[in-house]
Design a protein around this ligand. Structure first.
Ligand SMILES: *Cc1c(COP(=O)(O)O)cnc(C)c1O
Length: 430
């Protein structure tokens, strides 16, 4: 048994499923998860001392590579002043100022401790602001584990949601309406059938959580127009896309202005941080400025703020990071396409900037039904074939790759080579 396997056996006796977040357990790809000991630049090292090229990067935050020195230094500098006060600090003001300057639609912002907290709060704020109860989300979009978001679609766009998880009440599910991504007509039907009842529409402006799915031309603008027409608060969940697709996120890249934005992942530089913000008129309903309650003992934590500030300052001051991320994404997509061709496969690749998914399906993928048509057992074998070659992908078909700028051209070539070999290997098993 490897050290990772031994740790996993023990972890399973102590932690549900042996992990503190489900996808880490490798259930979707089979096998036993790697226990990671350290990371530096483009690499992570497991407990057995093996080195992997990183394409997870903590699901996004390590966009500058592991243990990036300015972030590490900021944390070291901060810890000498104690770790938490539960009182306002200068760094929170700096953080708010920086976020407002970077993200086009945000006028006021509140810090929280995770993406999930951000989306749960944003929904409450939208409900408090509009006095309405229902929300619209899209099938296959993930907005954290809040009750309102764990809703699968019924059959057809106009059915009420049913809970996706035990423990979510029917009443909660009934307030969540769902539509297929990229389907404006379905949204219009929901809004027409629920006049003056919908508080918010929330979406990933580019989806990462069913694999990478890109909004079709006009979709985001169409959603914006429908929200205006019906007085619905438009929430861009940019927990993944924020500070990734541009320094101002997808809203900057596509030039669409949401009312509220949720942020996470990159914003903490690897520390547990989230944020939500938007139009001042809406954010002013948040306590203590207004009546909508939302709080957090450790929110705006000075160590977390220091890491996040160092990360965001670097991104803000180095626009070349985004040029390079786009270049890396394009190089990978081109190389992976060549690999598919050599293996005689006609599978789909979706890529925009540094978001990228190889879908094991011949369908073009523009919504969750398309994504679900993938050959999942094949993906599992491919995942392990890549791992064997030292490339650590997200252990699920329904994820985007998360590249970092630490990937050199040589490493990109290694990944492309590994992809080609892995595809040939799994196809020869067929
Ligand atoms: C990761 C993610 C979340 C949840 O963030 P956590 O920090 O894991 O709670 C919410 N929305 C999107 C789009 C995400 O990618």
């Amino acid at each position: 048994m490897t050290t990772s396997e031994q740790l996993f056996e023990k972890a399973k006796t102590l932690i549900p499923g042996g992990v503190n977040s489900p996808v880490r357990a490798f259930r979707a790809v089979g096998g036993s998860p790697l226990f990671i000991k350290s990371g530096k630049g483009p690499y992570v090292y497991d407990e057995d001392g093996r080195q992997y090229i990183e394409l997870i990067n903590s699901w996004g935050p390590m966009i500058l590579g592991h243990a990036f020195e300015p972030v590490e230094k900021a944390v070291r500098d901060a810890i000498q002043y104690s770790f938490s006060f539960g009182a306002p600090t200068r760094k929170e003001v700096e953080m708010a100022e920086l976020i407002v300057s970077m993200v086009p639609s945000i006028e006021k912002v509140r810090m929280v401790n995770s993406g999930t907290e951000a989306t749960m709060a944003a929904i409450r704020v939208a409900r408090g602001f509009t006095g309405r109860d229902k929300i619209i989300k899209f099938e296959g979009c993930y907005h954290g584990h809040g009750d309102s978001f764990l809703i699968a679609a019924g059959s057809g766009a106009v059915t009420m949601g049913v809970p996706d998880s035990p423990g979510v009440t029917k009443a909660t599910a009934a307030d969540t309406l769902t539509a297929p991504y990229n389907n404006l007509a379905a949204v219009e039907v929901l809004l027409d059938n629920n006049q003056n009842q919908v508080a918010a529409l929330i979406l990933e402006p580019v989806v990462g959580n069913m694999g990478c799915v890109i909004p079709e031309p006009g979709f985001l603008q169409g959603v914006r127009d429908l929200c205006n027409k019906h007085g619905v608060v438009l929430i861009f969940d940019e927990v993944m896309t924020g500070f990734r697709l541009a320094k101002g996120g997808a809203q900057e890249r596509f030039g669409i202005t949401p009312d509220l934005t949720t942020l996470g992942k990159i914003i903490g530089g690897g520390m547990p941080v989230g944020a939500y913000g938007g139009r001042a008129e809406i954010m002013n309903v948040v306590s203590p400025a207004g009546p909508v309650y939302q709080a957090g003992t450790l929110s705006g934590n000075p160590i977390a703020m220091s890491a996040g500030l160092a990360m965001l300052h670097h991104l803000n001051d180095h626009p070349d990071v985004y040029t390079r991320l786009d270049e890396i994404g394009e190089k990978l997509a081109t190389g992976f396409r060549a690999g598919l061709q050599k293996a005689g496969l006609n599978y789909t690749i979706n890529q925009i900037g540094s978001m990228f998914t190889l879908f094991m399906t011949e369908r073009s993928v523009s919504d969750f039904a398309d994504a679900k048509s993938c050959d999942l057992p094949l993906f599992g074998r491919y995942f392990h074939a890549m791992l064997k070659r030292g490339v650590y992908l997200a252990p699920s078909q329904f994820e985007s790759l998360f590249v970092s700028v630490a990937l050199t051209n040589d490493l990109i070539d290694e990944v492309i080579q590994a992809n080609e070999e892995a595809l040939l290997e799994v196809m020869s098993d067929e």
